[in-house]
Design a protein around this ligand. Structure first.
Ligand code: IPE
Ligand code: IPE
Ligand code: MG
Length: 258
C-alpha cells in the first residue's frame, strides 16, 4: 500500500469498474458471478473512499451501450442493482453517504427506479460523501440531452443563444453537480473512456490498472490516490505557475491510509 497525504485528496474520484466478466470467465463461472463479486468490491471501495475523506465518488455501473448486451446479463445486472439498493442502505446511512444517480434513469425498470428514489430520499441529508451511480449513462447522451434542453429554452424565448457559455451547458449536466473529476480510475486493463464523463473528466488525471474490478479493493484505491498525488496538474499553464507536487513530501505530512 502506498502512502496517502490526506491533506491533498482528489475531491472527486470517478471509476470505470471494468473486468467483471473476465474475472468470472477466468474461474469458469458465468459472467453474472463476476458482477455479483463486483458489487462486493463497490462496498469496499466506497468505505475506503469515505474513510479517506474523499467528498465525491462517481461509479460507472451501467452504460447506455450496455443495454445491448444479452438480455439475461442485463436482467442480472438490474436484479443486482435492486438487491444492493436495499442491502446497502445501512452502510450508506451509518457512513452518512448521500446517494445520487446520473444517466437516462427513465430507462431503468420501475422497480429499480423506485428503490433508487427511496434510497436517495433516505440519504439526501448526509454530507459525508456523495456517491453517484452512473446508470444507463453515456457522456454523449448526457450532452445531447443538455443541448436539447438549451434548444428548448432558446425556442421558448427564455435563453438568448449569444449568452451561452460553458457554464450554461455545465449547469445542465447532472454529472457536474459534484464538480469536475480529479482522478479517473479504470480497472480491467483497457485504456479508454467508454463514453464516461467526457466533460467532467476533461482535466482528470487518469489511472489505468490491469486489476479486474472484483479484485480492486481499499488498497488499490489508496495506491491510485498515491499515484495521483505524484502528478503535476498544469491545466494548460506552465510548470512555474503550478504547485509542483512530485517532489518528495516531508515525512510529517504523510499519513498512512490505514
Ligand atoms: C464491467 O465489467 C461491468 C459492466 C460493464 C456492467 P464487464 O462486464 O464489462 O467485464 P469484462 O470487461 O467483459 O470483463
Ligand atoms: C464500461 O465498460 C462501462 C462500465 C464499466 C459500466 P464496458 O466493458 O462496457 O466498455 P467497453 O466495451 O470495454 O468499451
Ligand atoms: Mg468490460
Amino acid at each position: 500500500m502506498g502512502l496517502v497525504d490526506v491533506s491533498r485528496l482528489p475531491q472527486h474520484v470517478a471509476i470505470i469498474m471494468d473486468g467483471n466478466g473476465r474475472w468470472a470467465q477466468a474461474r469458469g463461472q458465468p459472467r453474472t458471478a463476476g458482477h455479483a463479486r463486483g458489487a462486493d468490491a463497490v462496498r469496499d471501495v466506497m468505505r475506503a473512499a469515505r474513510r479517506l475523506g474523499i467528498p465525491a465518488l462517481t461509479l460507472y455501473a451501467f452504460s447506455e451501450q450496455n443495454w445491448d448486451r444479452p438480455q439475461d446479463e442485463v436482467d442480472a445486472l438490474v436484479d443486482l442493482l435492486c438487491e444492493h439498493l436495499v442491502s446497502e442502505r445501512d452502510e450508506l446511512v451509518d457512513n452518512e453517504i448521500r446517494l445520487s444517480a446520473i444517466g437516462r434513469l427513465h430507462k431503468l425498470p420501475t422497480r429499480a427506479r423506485a428503490r433508487l428514489r427511496a434510497l436517495m430520499a433516505d440519504t439526501e441529508q448526509y454530507d459525508g460523501m456523495t456517491l453517484t451511480l452512473a446508470l444507463s449513462y453515456g457522456g454523449r447522451e448526457e450532452m445531447v440531452d443538455a443541448v436539447r434542453t438549451l434548444a428548448d429554452r432558446v425556442a421558448n424565448g427564455t435563453l438568448d443563444p449569444k449568452t451561452i457559455d460553458s457554464v450554461t451547458l455545465e449547469d445542465e449536466l447532472a454529472s457536474m453537480k459534484v464538480g469536475p473529476v480529479d482522478l479517473l480510475i479504470r480497472t480491467g486493463g483497457e485504456q479508454r473512456m467508454s463514453n464516461f464523463l467526457p466533460w467532467g473528466a476533461a482535466y482528470a488525471e487518469l489511472h489505468f490498472t490491469d486489476e479486474l474490478w472484483p479484485d480492486f479493493g481499499a488498497n488499490s484505491l489508496y495506491d491510485a490516490v498515491g499515484c495521483y498525488q505524484k502528478r503535476e496538474r498544469r491545466f494548460g499553464l506552465i510548470p512555474d505557475d503550478c504547485e509542483a507536487v512530485d517532489a518528495p513530501l516531508p515525512q510529517s505530512s504523510l499519513e498512512s491510509a490505514v
